[in-house]
Ligand binder design. Structure first.
Ligand code: IFM
Length: 454
């Protein structure tokens, strides 16, 4: 059996993408509430105001999860629902919502995995400079402490941040996500330093306030490079490409692994990055790197695709262009199953921590067929190919602790609104009716058999 006994099979979502109830239950505003109000920022003018109405329908959703055989559910907390101003006043109704959600999960035999931050920063904190403010790590620490004190008697697994690459890269460099800014390299590096400090302070807060022994991790993302062939030269080139920083500042610097994970696991920024950024490096105070590199129990990695690499004539990694007609998802993302073999392998070799795949999945053009069902063979084929590769890496002895499919149900896909569907469960946004897609039934069998037939 390649997937170890006790392997965790789950699904993932995030607060703004599913909850709705944007102005209910005492919740404060988030940067996504404000971003969606701006004309032209989100496809079709869509917003997360109602989304999947999970805030009201969570019991039904959890019932469905149970029927689907889901063992673990990774969800995120809306910071502004807990602390409407970002710090200070606690909104008891918000805490109760998550407390009830956790109770319901446990009553249905589903293990909760809590992500503290999945992009919906309280707007009140943004007005104070958001992550640019040197106080922001303290704000996050306070918030993480409140959540942990409330939930950790029942929740054992916590994840600090989801995909800093995206909320910095898309939100503050490219400006296509909230808060929609295009900031300089120096500013975003300083911001990244605060975010890493927030992660470290968050880890400390979780451990200090936990009511039982907890497992704490982090969920970055990035493209997972993989070798063209199994020859040692190509493998070496792919691994080098995976962890190297961009060669110059012409591209979005945030889209890499090492700047976000080396400080967390090694307590230092990567040398090639320090060289690249030179005078633009953030201000690092004494003790910062120790805070950032708090011991973690696992690495959560979100993996969707990667680039193929070979050793070039000069001995350096060479990226191989994708051939004509390369398979892609509805969103246009390349389908590269090998990313789920080589990615975790390279990451494990470097960081030496048990790995959870905290997100993996695809968008498809799903529709309700004449028979009233949702047939999504492309999703089944995608997941089958990717999971086979994950199984191969587990069989090689890489410590893979779990896999969370993105996403449990169709939801608000950020600046693409509801145009794209990522769920195992179809959501009719007019009626809020859910229909388990063929892939949901297929995934049930995967979970039940611990991936035996893959
Ligand atoms: O929907 C997102 C999620 O919020 C973060 N990771 C990628 C998913 C698909 O784009």
């Amino acid at each position: 059996m390649a997937f170890k006994e006790g392997f965790t099979w789950g699904v993932a979502t995030s607060s703004y993408q599913i909850e709705g109830a944007a102005y209910e239950g005492g919740k404060g505003l988030s940067i996504w509430d404000m971003f969606c109000k701006q004309p032209g920022k989100v496809y079709g003018g869509h917003t997360g105001e109602v989304a999947c109405d999970h805030y009201h329908l969570f019991k039904d959703d959890i019932k469905l999860m149970k029927e689907m055989g889901i063992q673990a559910y990774r969800f995120s907390i809306s910071w502004a629902r807990i602390l409407p101003e970002g710090t200070g006043r606690v909104n008891e109704k918000g805490l109760n919502f998550y407390s009830e959600l956790v109770n319901e999960l446990i009553a249905n035999g589903i293990e909760p995995y809590v992500t503290m931050f999945h992009w919906d920063l309280p707007y009140e904190l943004y007005k104070k400079g958001g992550w640019m403010n040197p106080e922001s790590p303290r704000w996050f620490e306070e918030y993480a402490a409140v959540v942990t004190a409330e939930l950790s008697d029942r929740v054992q697994y916590f994840i600090t941040l989801n995909e800093p690459q995206c909320f910095v890269g898309l939100g503050h460099i490219d400006g296509i996500h909230a808060p929609g800014l295009k900031q300089s390299v120096a500013d975003t590096l300083q911001m990244a330093h605060h975010i890493l400090l927030a992660h470290g302070r968050g880890v400390k807060a979780i451990r200090n306030h936990a009511k039982q022994e907890v497992k704490v991790g982090y969920a970055p993302t990035a493209s997972m490079h993989y070798p063209e062939t199994d020859c040692p030269q190509d493998i070496k080139a792919a691994k080098k490409a995976l962890f190297q920083m961009p060669k110059d500042l012409s591209s979005n610097w945030a889209w890499n692994i090492s700047w976000w994970s080396d400080p967390v696991f090694f307590g230092k920024y990567p040398e090639d990055g320090i060289e690249l950024f030179g005078d633009l490096m953030p201000k690092i105070q004494e003790g910062d790197m120790e805070i950032i590199s708090q011991p973690l129990d696992f690495l959560g990695q979100n993996i969707y695709n990667g680039l193929e690499v070979r050793e070039g004539k000069d001995g350096e990694p060479e990226f191989i262009p994708r051939h004509k007609g390369f398979p892609k998802t509805a969103l246009g993302w390349p389908i590269t199953p090998k990313a789920l073999y080589w990615g975790p392998k390279f990451l494990y070799e470097r960081y030496k921590k048990p790995i959870y795949i905290t997100e993996n999945g695809l968008s498809c053009h799903d529709v309700i067929s004449l028979d009233g069902k949702v047939h999504d063979p492309n999703r089944i084929d995608f997941l089958h190919r990717y999971l086979k590769e994950l199984k191969r890496t587990a069989a090689d002895g890489i410590d893979i602790a779990g896999y969370f499919q993105w996403s449990f149900m169709d939801n608000f896909e950020w600046h693409s609104g509801y145009e794209d569907r990522f769920g195992l469960v179809f959501v009719d946004y007019q009626t809020q009716k859910r229909i388990v897609k063929d892939s949901g039934h297929w995934y049930k069998e995967v979970m039940e058999t611990n991936g035996k037939f893959l």
